[in-house]
Write a protein that binds this ligand. Structure first.
Ligand SMILES: Cc1ncc(COP(=O)(O)O)c(C=O)c1O
Length: 368
């Protein structure tokens, strides 16, 4: 039977009718087209889906669909108020990837970007396609981003430092004091872009965020998104907090406006505590299920603060990925010399995780 996130989640999300899934999953082509994917674990979305208020706002936004979005102000005002930031220090983006990509090229031009490895790097691949290459700093032995090594690696060619907290794929959060000290030091030399895509999932988001450094005037760029915990990945809406000069640069590079439905949804769900509590509980439960599956198979994993779990499958990840694909499970690999045996498992609906639980022992036992 085809796994349908659409059908399963409402049963779990007490009072929150979730409709993620179904048809959209077709975009993730199976490695072997003959084997339909039954567990889409290569992604980092939140299958819990949008909040009830966001769903209503999306429905109402249809009334305005014939027109270009006329105002971003309601959402910008809410962000400014919540962050205690100046209006010139915030701008919206059609997904944080769009902003990260434009800033990587715009700031990196004529030099290089510095980033840890492994990390989220779709925007860095985009920058490379535009002629801006990245220098990679391996994670430390504790799988953490090595802040001392990154600071030491900033050179005359470095135009931008990027890191993601918690890091994707490890799910590890940095020590807040160490990250703050790093940002202050590094941003004296180059802009520092901190990707807080999973901000809301942190045990104490405000303590882990570096948004206060933007408020204080440091050359730090914070990227946040509605794609992950807020369950709005399909509506492509995100925001950037940065110094006015960086905000102006980003605005000069983007080519189009945000979308009507995404703006409407984000405006009503930002900071919706009841919804966030439900979404976070759901994601934590998913992570626990993945931990149990790893433990049952005696595999090492990292405790995650993201919507995914990174685990050491004890064999080349490429082989495991191929074996799992033959069993209808899609997982994701990352670049990084020390991580050839690691695979990232995304949070998903219980039926998908159950499928993974059944497939993993078979994949581990399979030949070749
Ligand atoms: C760390 C990180 N940053 C940014 C993104 C992009 O998110 P979006 O463009 O949907 O805001 C992702 C998505 O996987 C991510 O994992």
């Amino acid at each position: 039977m085809e796994v349908s996130r659409r059908d399963t989640l409402p049963l779990l999300a007490t009072g929150l009718a979730a409709t993620a899934g179904g048809a959209a999953r077709a975009q993730y082509a199976a490695a072997d087209p003959a084997v339909p994917i039954k567990a889409h674990l290569g992604v980092t979305e939140n299958p819990f889906g949008p909040s009830p208020a966001a769903r209503l706002a999306i429905r109402h936004s249809v009334r305005d669909a014939a027109y270009y979005p006329h105002s971003e102000k309601p959402l910008l005002d809410r962000i400014v108020a919540r962050e205690g930031i100046r209006a010139e220090q915030v701008t919206l983006a059609s997904g944080s990837l769009d902003a990260l990509s434009h800033l990587s090229v715009g700031l990196g031009r004529g030099g290089r970007i510095l980033a840890p490895q492994p990390t989220y790097s779709t925007h860095l691949a985009y920058a490379a396609r535009q002629g801006v290459e990245t220098d990679w700093v391996p994670l430390g032995r504790d799988h953490q981003i090595d802040l001392a090594a990154m600071l030491a690696a900033i050179g005359p060619q470095t135009r931008l430092v990027y890191l993601c907290n918690p890091n994707n794929p490890t799910g590890l959060l940095l020590d807040p004091a160490a990250l703050h000290a790093f940002c202050i030091e590094a941003s004296k030399r180059v802009p520092v872009m901190i990707d807080e895509a999973y901000f809301e999932l942190a045990p104490d988001p405000l303590r882990h965020s570096v948004a206060n450094l933007v408020r204080e005037g440091h050359d730090v760029i914070v990227a946040r998104t509605f794609s992950k915990v807020y369950g709005l990945a399909g509506f492509r809406i995100a925001y950037i907090l940065a110094q006015p000069e960086r905000v102006r640069l980003l605005k000069s590079l983007v080519t189009t406006s945000r979308n009507q439905a995404g703006l409407a949804a984000a405006t009503v769900c930002l900071g919706d505590a009841a919804y966030l509590a439900g979404a976070i509980a759901y994601l934590k439960d998913c992570r626990s299920r993945i931990y149990r599956i790893a433990e049952d198979n005696k595999l090492v994993f990292l405790p995650s603060e993201g919507t995914f779990v990174y685990l050491n499958c004890g064999m080349p990840g490429k082989d495991m990925q191929a074996r799992l694909a033959r069993l209808g499970v899609e997982v994701r690999l990352f670049e990084g010399a020390a991580y050839a045996n690691w695979i990232r498992i995304g949070t998903a609906i219980p039926a998908e995780l159950a499928h993974f639980a059944a497939a993993l022992p078979k994949a581990l036992a399979a030949a070749g």
